[in-house]
Write a protein that binds this ligand. Structure first.
Ligand code: ARG
Length: 490
């Protein structure tokens, strides 16, 4: 498969190089300067810059393996319905297999004159096997061909991405398990709120990724539908068997309307929105890692290999990886917006606008895979500074709610208890003491029902362990959640 970044490089070349500059080797290929696939009714050759402007081969060549799979299935079906003879079918399949080898071994000469991946491969097939190659396009159009190729590509990629989300979930589980009883201040409004288990905090991201995986699987269902057979837009006059092509390519369903089949890009938009949500989750996690690794928080340390230094400030260790993931989130959101905008005003059916679907999609796949990979590598290497977190949790009266709950258990209505504790916090602030640093006598001045057992309630462990129900932060609940999650991942 073409490397992740190759299509970007070629996009850049398309902008900066002349087509005669031999970027794609079209001169040495000896192919005709006019596009032979559709040139019949044209009197003038395509303008040189328009050729580059309109070509997609720079980036769509990564679809080549899928294009070839689609063509082999199509040719097999054409043979089965009597539109190709056995010899023609074999020549086509052999030729396409050789072309795939040429592409994989970087021996294939891509030509900008041939516009896109589809026509490059077809032209090469005709050059190789002659007339049989000219029959491959019977009963299909590039419109249903490209729609099929993208779905095949995305089906593969989404499968990989689902696996990657699970790997990151495993890394989170391992970290959560190590730090089940580690306490950090839970925040709301970025103000210290209540003590929580670090494991519980990691499991929050685990949950987000579970939903992300579900969204991707859901997107797979609709994506796994075959457009081929829709031809240009209205279907075809040949006795094709779409069910057979679907079976050969592993599609679960067939697009039920030919106009919709060639123009639908919802499946890509669904993927881009699922990808945007994953990136949003990674970005929130990144933000926390960035804050936590600052000298002011010092809750965690990221391994050196995931950070960089500063060329001027020798003390710096910058959390580049989470910062970049946070930054790349913008780019994925941009791709979603681009795709929605590309589609919004298109009349049915296929329009050339649709060619613009590819770069946002490919870029999102590459970006998302890279971000998931780097996170999966980085998470196990997070060093947790438990003692610093503990000391920090003691600041900010994080057990005040526990005192209110204590008073409720002694018979006070919650609103009254809230007011009593508010006063005791104000007193603590004045005395520069945490609630559990106040004496029993001092506490009793706020409510006579307070007894010596209050100090268990006001401890960090007491606070944590008291939230002992499904979904709560008590360490034994977090352990249960981790066990359930491990089973679910299997
Ligand atoms: N390169 C084109 C695309 O990506 C393929 C389909 C072209 N179809 C057409 N009628 N010009 O959308």
């Amino acid at each position: 498969m073409t490397s992740d970044t190759q299509h970007k490089r070629h996009t850049a070349q398309a902008t900066h190089s002349s087509p005669r500059g031999g970027v794609l080797g079209e001169e040495s290929s000896g192919r005709a300067p006019t596009n032979q696939s559709w040139g019949g009714r044209f009197n003038q050759p395509t303008d040189e810059f328009v050729k580059i402007f309109g070509a997609s081969v720079f980036f769509d060549k990564i679809l080549a393996p899928y294009d070839i799979d689609g063509s082999i299935a199509h040719a097999t079906m054409l043979f089965e319905v009597g539109l190709l003879n056995e010899d023609e079918k074999s020549q086509i399949i052999d030729g396409l297999s050789k072309i795939l080898d040429e592409i994989k071994n970087d021996k294939f000469e891509w030509s900008v004159d041939l516009e896109d991946v589809h026509m490059n491969i077809e032209a090469r097939l005709v050059a190789m096997i002659g007339d049989a190659g000219k029959k491959l396009h019977t009963g299909r159009s590039r419109n249903d061909q490209v729609a099929t190729d993208i779905r095949l590509y995305l089906r593969d990629q989404v499968g990989d991405i689902i696996k990657q989300t699970k790997q990151l979930q495993l890394a989170l589980l391992d970290l959560a398990e190590k730090e089940t009883s580690t306490i950090l201040p839970g925040f709301t409004h970025l103000q210290a709120a209540q003590p929580v288990s670090f494991g519980h905090h990691m499991m929050a991201y685990f949950e987000m990724l579970s939903r992300d995986g579900e969204r991707l699987s859901d997107c797979q269902k609709r994506l796994n539908t075959l457009p081929l057979g829709a031809a240009a837009l209205a279907g075809t006059t040949y006795p094709i068997k779409r069910e057979r092509v679907a079976e050969l390519l592993g599609f679960e369903r067939i697009c039920a309307n030919s106009l919709d089949a060639v123009s639908d890009r919802d499946f890509a938009i669904e993927f881009l929105s699922a990808a945007s949500i994953i990136m949003m989750h990674l970005s929130r996690f990144s933000e926390e890692l960035i804050l936590w690794s600052s000298a002011q928080f010092n809750f965690i340390e990221l391994q050196d290999s995931f950070c960089t230094g500063s060329s001027i400030m020798p003390q710096k260790k910058n959390p580049d990886v989470p910062e970049l993931v946070r930054g790349k989130t913008g780019r994925v959101y941009g791709n979603l917006t681009a795709m929605l905008t590309i589609m919004k005003s298109q009349p049915l059916a296929y329009n050339k606008d649709n060619q613009e679907d590819k770069e946002p999609l490919f870029d999102t796949v590459d970006t998302l895979k890279a971000c998931l990979r780097v996170f999966t590598d980085m998470v196990p290497a997070i060093q947790v500074n438990g003692e610093v977190m503990r000391q920090s949790t003691k600041k900010g009266y994080t057990t005040a709610t526990d005192l209110a709950d204590y008073l409720v258990n002694k018979g006070l209505p919650f609103r009254d208890a809230h007011a009593v504790v508010g006063k005791s916090v104000a007193y603590g602030i004045e005395q520069q003491k945490d609630l559990n640093e106040l004496s029993l006598e001092e506490l009793q001045t706020f409510d006579a029902r307070i007894e010596n057992d209050v100090f268990d309630v006001l401890s960090l462990e007491g606070s944590l362990c008291a939230r002992d129900h499904f979904g709560g932060t008590a360490p034994n609940q977090v352990k249960k959640a981790i066990n359930t999650a491990r089973q679910a991942l299997k």
